[in-house]
Structure formats: C-alpha cells, structure tokens
Design a protein around this ligand. Structure first.
Ligand code: GLA
Length: 378
C-alpha cells in the first residue's frame, strides 16, 4: 500500500471506547464496564533501518519527526506525545532500541469527546512496535505501558480502563474489569441494542488538572477513612460501605462527596452487570441515571450540556439508559437504545438538546461494540 512516505508494510488500528458504567472508579482499584467502539485510530507504517520516526496525522494535519534515541517529554504537538511516550515505555521495558518508522495516522474518532482518543493513539503504536520489533508482549503489559505513557507524557494520572478497553475488548461485548486484580470477563450486549454516543459539542475543558485533583481527593479520603481497623486500606476499594456510613460524616464535605460517589459507583457496576445478564432493562436505566446523578452532584464532573444531553436521551423513544461517559467536564453521553426505535430516538434527542443549547453543535454516533487493537502485515 502506497502513501505519503512510500510503500507501507504494516497496518494497525485501535478503537476508542465508551464506558457503560463505572466512572472515576479505576484509579480507586474499583470496577468498570467499558466497550470498545467501531471507531478509532489507524496507522499505516513501514519500518526504517535507523532510529528516526516520521509521523503525519491527517486529523491534525501536522507532522512530527523524532529520534528514538532522544525521546523527549517536552517536544511535539500534543498528539505527538503519545507515540513518543509509548516508544519510551516500550524501550525502557524491553531494554531495546525500537525501529524507526514512517507512519501516517488517520482517525474517525473525534478528539476531546471523552471517547479515549488518547488511549487509542497509545494502543495503536504499542501493537505496531510490538509486532515490528518482535517484542512479544501480551496486551495487558502493553495496556500498563500505555497507561504509564499517559502519566508521564500527557501528565494525566489516569487509571487503566481506557488502555485496557482499547487493547483487550472483544467484539459484541462489554468488558467487566476489576481494576485491582485485572480480572476481566466479557458480557455480550443484546444485538437489538445500539450504542449511541451523544456528543454535546462542548469539548472537555480544564480536564487534566481537575482530573488529577479528583484523584488526590480520593487518596485523601482513603487516608482519612483508613482508621486502625483498616490500616491495610490502599484505595477506596478497601473502604467498606459500613465504615463509610460510620466515619464518612467526619470527613470534609468535598472529600466525603468524592468517596460517596466512588463507593456507590462500584456497587452500581456490579448491579449493572447482573442486570445486563438478566436482561433487566428497567434496572439498567435506573443505574445509568444514578451514576450520572452521582457524577453530577457528588463527583462534580458533569456540566449543563451533559446534564441536558442525558435528559434528552433518556426521554427519547427506545432509550434503555443514558449517562455521561468518560472523565466529564464536557464531551459525550452514552445511551443504550433499542435498534427498532433508533431513528425516532435520534430525532427526539437532538431536537430536545438543541432547544436547551441552541449554540452547541451536537453529534450523534451510532456505534457497535468492537474488538481491541490489531496489527497486520500488508
Ligand atoms: C479518563 C481516564 C480513565 C478513567 C475515566 C473516568 O477516561 O483515562 O482512566 O478514570 O477518565 O472514569
């Protein structure tokens, strides 16, 4: 296959994700339930026989060149930090210098919508170098290295959910992931449902600093709640609901709210999986709404646009459940929608949202649960 840099030998792609439920629980050693979606990032590449990487992003219409011998945290457009971060982590882990590449990057994943384009960016380069350089790393190891790249090169102290979803998802399924043990099970979603990503048209703002601040508040909650009896507590996962009921009242109000969200959300994820397995649509809807409300009131990561979109989706025909998805502060909602009512759903949700926010340009993406990152030799 020919392109900007000549003939490519490799094609890799990695999906974005939506999280069905379990928000801001992954860095608290909790439960999450995301799905990869059939949109993502594709890279066409050829290996070079030196350590130079020449990259071009069609989405951002910009190129970047760097040397694998001198990967730097400070250089490059924001998108270029991801491949550089991944290269640095793979090199540190394997103790090897990777092969230089010429690569073109294409995406049908909107950035800043809460669909984890950053994790997809990392995952696509991780599988690519893993294959080109014969590193033979399993996808869990790649997910952890990608997470490390995000911490160190993008400055976001994220959990493991997005990288795990992008690398480990199975087609047609949601992933139930225990972020402490990393035990993963796959639950099929009914084929009669569509995943609708309802982007508010309000890009995420100030998300990195607010995200890291939420994480610190959770750590503070653990310290304050881990009395003598729970000295082993390392994360909010270790705090029992009983202990929180007894001791939570003593916490500063903001810290109490953050902990209340995380503890409740973990219970909701488990209940959601159960409801999904039993096909209990009404409970699924209630759990998604409760998750949204908790993120709005206790975790304070929603915004007016996300709240209106959640309500617009929930009130539209065929909606099983809707909530904001991803870190918050703008971005998208996820709605589970009966396929038979999809057209009516889209028309009604869009009309109602536009009434509330006439100056926002919402985008509705109808997605399917997709497979994790893959690479092939052309
Ligand atoms: C971002 C992070 C994830 C997770 C979500 C919130 O997407 O990358 O690790 O914490 O926010 O659930």
């Amino acid at each position: 296959m020919n392109g900007l840099y000549g003939t490519y030998e490799w094609a890799a792609r990695a999906p974005g994700r939506v999280n069905l439920i379990g928000e801001h629980t992954d860095y608290n050693d909790g439960f999450v339930m995301p799905c990869a979606i059939d949109r993502g990032i594709r890279v066409s590449a050829r290996a070079r026989d030196d350590s130079i990487c020449r990259l071009y992003s069609h989405q951002f219409q910009s190129g970047w060149v760097f040397d694998l011998r001198e990967v730097s945290k400070e250089s490059g457009d924001s998108w270029a930090r991801y491949p550089q971060g991944v290269a640095a982590m793979l090199q540190a882990h394997s103790g090897r210098l990777l092969s230089g590449i010429d690569a073109e990057i294409e995406s049908d994943l909107p950035a800043a919508s809460g669909l984890s384009s950053s994790a997809a960016f990392e995952a696509v380069f991780a599988v690519l170098w893993n294959e080109i350089d014969g590193l033979n790393l399993d996808h869990w190891t790649l997910a952890k290295l990608c997470q490390q790249a995000e911490h160190e090169y993008a400055g976001v102290k994220c959990g493991i959910m997005d990288q795990a979803a992008s690398l480990l998802a199975q087609e047609g399924c949601a992933l139930f992931l225990d972020t402490r043990s990393l035990q993963t099970t796959y639950d099929p979603l009914p084929k009669t449902w569509s995943l609708v990503v309802a982007d508010t048209g309000k890009p995420r703002a100030l998300s990195d600093s607010a995200y890291n601040e939420r994480r610190e508040q959770c750590e503070q909650a653990v310290l304050l709640l881990a009395g003598d009896s729970e000295r082993h507590a390392h994360a909010l996962r270790d705090i029992s609901p009983e202990r929180f009921l007894e001791q939570g009242i003593l916490l500063p109000p903001v810290i109490r709210q953050r902990a209340a969200h995380v503890l409740g959300e973990n219970l909701r994820v488990v209940a959601f999986r159960d409801a999904l397995q039993r096909g209990d649509k009404s409970l699924i809807g209630r759990l998604m709404r409760a998750s949204h409300e908790s993120l709005r009131l206790d975790y304070e990561v929603s915004c007016a646009e996300l709240d209106s979109m959640q309500q617009a989706c929930e009130a539209a025909p065929g909606c099983v459940g809707a909530r904001m998805t991803g870190a918050g502060f703008g971005g998208a909602c996820i709605a589970l929608v009966e396929c038979a009512a999809l057209i009516d759903f889209l028309a009604a949700a869009e009309a109602r949202y536009r009434m509330d926010h006439p100056f926002c340009e919402p985008v509705f993406l109808v997605c399917r649960p997709a497979q994790g990152a893959v690479v092939e030799r052309l």
